[in-house]
Ligand binder design. Structure first.
Ligand SMILES: [Mg+2]
Ligand SMILES: [Zn+2]
Length: 188
């Protein structure tokens, strides 16, 4: 079984613009391609896990999410980097307007569903893996699946670091995904 780095998308790989649905609005952080390539070369599976409740809320079509991921992969490939797979949660437990997705689920982070699905599909070992994200939901996901969790300071909420939920601590809090990749390479 393979080690993986599970990456949050918005606020971690690309700027969190809120309910991203146009590929023209994708803004990679300047270090993202290099960081992903470094993880590829170190032998990690790189898997995106993202909550996209905009689908349940009726703001984003699933086809738009797929198009965003395809465009992200093109940009990564141009820099010699690759994401192995993208997994998203389309649900929201209380604010959905699209009937099929307006429900509680196992896959909305910090629920373990997305990582469990990826682990089955790609033969990954979460216990040897890492989760990187800009919110405590991402760190909570790491705890839920027995991975190590890193918080990055590139999200929409720059005060997030001070708002840890009771009992939850990150394995590392770092400035950005480049620093997270370095930390992972040192600590794996
Ligand atoms: Mg995020
Ligand atoms: Zn879900």
């Amino acid at each position: 079984m393979k080690r993986a780095v599970f990456l949050d998308r918005d606020g971690t790989m690309i700027v969190d613009v809120g309910y991203l649905r146009r590929i023209d609005d994708i803004a990679f952080f300047p270090w993202t391609v290099d960081a992903v390539r470094a993880l590829n070369r170190a032998g990690f599976a790189v898997v995106v896990v993202t909550n996209q409740s905009g689908i349940a809320r009726g703001f984003i079509a699933e086809s738009a999410v797929e198009a965003v991921h395809a465009e992200m992969s093109r940009t990564l490939a141009a820099g010699g980097a690759a994401v192995d797979a993208y997994y998203y949660c389309p649900h929201h437990p209380t604010k959905g307007t699209v009937a099929a997705y307006a429900r509680a689920c196992e896959c909305r982070k910090p629920g373990p569903g997305l990582v469990e699905r990826a682990a089955r599909d790609l033969q990954l070992d979460p216990a040897q893996s890492f989760v990187v994200g800009d919110t405590w939901l991402d760190v909570g996901l790491a705890r839920a699946v027995g991975a190590r969790g890193l918080l990055v300071r590139t999200g929409a909420d720059r005060t997030i670091e001070a708002k840890a939920p009771p009992g939850l601590t990150a394995d590392a809090v770092v400035d950005n995904l480049a620093a997270a990749a370095s930390w992972i390479l040192i600590h794996s």
